[in-house]
Design a protein around this ligand. Sequence first.
Ligand SMILES: Nc1ncnc2c1ncn2[C@@H]1O[C@H](COP(=O)(O)OP(=O)(O)OP(=O)(O)O)[C@@H](O)[C@H]1O
Ligand SMILES: [Mg+2]
Length: 238
Amino acid sequence: MNDSGDMRDDSVVMKVDNVTKVFESAAGEVAALQGVSLSIRKGEFVAIVGPSGSGKSTLLHIIGALDRPTSGKVFIRGVDIFTLNDSELATMRNYLIGFIFQSYNLINRTTVQKNVELPTIISGMDHADRSRRARKILEVLGISEKAGFKPSNLSGGQQQRVAIARALMNDPAIILADEPTGNLDTKTGQEVFNLLRMLSSKFRRTIVMVTHNPDLAKASDRAIFIRDGMVEKEVAYR
Ligand SMILES: Nc1ncnc2c1ncn2[C@@H]1O[C@H](COP(=O)(O)OP(=O)(O)OP(=O)(O)O)[C@@H](O)[C@H]1O
Ligand SMILES: [Mg+2]
């Protein structure tokens, strides 16, 4: 890639170029990111590791276009995403990126089925199509029998699988997961991780996962260690 962000290498799906983020608050400024540069290849499974407060979530929110950086650029498939206006950015995010959060972020007053359909309601998919697609994805993830339940009646691992199903509805190229196993016991966490691993190996989805679990980090393709808002080191495992 050259300075203009023109992608010479097809396999690079995302490039982060000297990103900083300063939060202003009553208590003063916090420099959450202090010049982060990295690139992620198509189909890669990357773990982001680092101490609490090091800037991992801030980084994930910026590469997922949920927040804008203070300075620096993010290119997704060669597009300098922060040159887009808010509505273009939201559209890009909805089609290209699936988010999975530690606390699932499901809507408890409606069913699992409707939760999973949500991104395709926003993107305007026809009712029959989105209903069929949600069923199919719930089936692949092994929770189709829970389609009519409220999320609060499911176990943590089941709720996280619903969140993964929701993240997959628009067939996103990139899946961003912020400590997706953080609220789960070891065994359930491993199962959720295996699902993500499967999405990466079988469906060639690009996955960026924040984790505190060193064993899961080692089972990724590459871990990027963040400390004090900077990339401390990168370790390739595959
Ligand atoms: N909206 C905000 N306003 C002010 N400061 C913030 C805001 N969000 C994050 N910060 C600060 O930025 C720094 C990085 O926070 P971030 O949430 O990215 O850390 P993290 O690595 O994800 O930590 P954890 O492992 O605990 O989730 C912290 O010092 C945090 O207090
Ligand atoms: Mg965090």
